[in-house]
Structures are given as structure tokens and as C-alpha cells.
Design a protein around this ligand. Sequence first.
Ligand code: ZN
Length: 251
Amino acid sequence: MRVLLLSDIHGNLEALEACLGEASAYDLALNLGDIVGYGASPNEVIDRSRQLGKHFVRGNHDKACAGLMDVRGFNPIAAAAVVWTHHQLTPDNLKWLKALPLGPLSVDGLEGVQMVHGSPRDEDEYILVSEDAAESTANTRVPVTFFGHTHIQGGFRLEGNHEATMRPNYRSLQSKASWELKLEKSVNYLINPGSVGQPRDGDWRAGYAMFDSAKRTVTFYRVPYDLEKAQKRILEAKLPERLAARLAQGR
Ligand code: ZN
């Protein structure tokens, strides 16, 4: 089975369309949360995401934009985007967002795989270093965890007591690029497909990944998208300017 992995779209329709336009055929799409918040196209992104299937876990921005948590833990710019997004959502999309499930979730037909937003033990935890990866999965026997939240493409491999960080190695930041990882037996993996709509790994291009369950490979992708259009929409919506500027920096 070929599985499209999407995470942290954050209301960026231009980035999402670029990923979907480049993605080769797949059987299933998994969405790891933070569908909205920051970007200027929340309804369009939710509509498009809903067309891709039914496998979602909620993210912290989804929770906040749905009104399920207050924004006190958010910085002022993120909080402003949450309030703006909440008021933009159609009643149907608001209802849908509120009903998104909490991870971890397993997926029918995909053995040994789970999907989470933050980590298996806490949907709001950031897994930034390999020690976090090991600790957060200490109580799970699931070999492959797909996660998001950090907006950093790559992940971690855990083999016995050895932990290692994996980051795709791309030659440039301009054109589209891919990097394939072969999954080994007896190694546990935490895989972050990267952020579609607001990367923070210094690479402005939209990130996604494809998991091939038969070949046991994960291929990471970066695709250029219409950055200026996404920025223009943010400014026209009177969202904080920083949200437009950071897209160009990938920070
Ligand atoms: Zn996010």
C-alpha cells in the first residue's frame, strides 16, 4: 500500500495544492494534524483535506481554532491567527474540526503503524531530539510512528539503546527534491513528513512524504509552491505580517 503523509498544512492552500499536484498515485492519505491556523485559506484547506479520505488526528491549532482550548499557551501571533481562523470557518467545517480525533490512531490495513500529532504519549509534545523520541515511545510496541507538530522533516531511528536523528539531505532549496529512507527490521522509527504549509527547518518548500508498506520505504519530498500568492492572501486577510514573512524563510 502506498500512503501519502501530510502534516501541518496550517491553512496554506497553495502549498497543499503543490504537494497534491506532485504526489504520485497513492492508496491512502494520512493527515497528522494542524490543518488550519496561520494561513489564510482555512476553509479551502479543510474542504480539500476532507476529499482525501478519513484518516486524521487533530493538532493543537485545530483544537484551538475549533474553540476546544484557549489560546493562553500560544504566542500573540499564533493566538491572533487562531481567533481569525475560528471566525472564518463555515459552520460545517467548524463542526468537523471539533470532532477530529485525538491520536494515537492505528490505521486499518496498515500493520505496525500509528499516527499522532505530537507524540504517542502527549498530542502536544514536541519531539525535537532523539532522547525525546525514545522516551515518548518507551511504552509503545508500534514499530513506526508518523508524527508532526515540529514542522521539521525527517525523524528518528531507535535500535536497542541507539538513537539517531534522520534529516533528508537535499542539494539545493530551489527545485523539487526527494530523499528515500529504507526501513530496517528490528528498528523502530518516528517519521515526520515535514510541514506542508509552514516549514521550520530552513527550507521554504512544502514538505510531505510517501510510505510504501510493501517496499518498506519512506520517501520525503520538497516541492516549490506559489509562495507569493500564499503571502498575499495572508496580508489581505490582515493576519500578522510575520506569518507571511516566515514562509519565505522556512522558519
Ligand atoms: Zn503545526
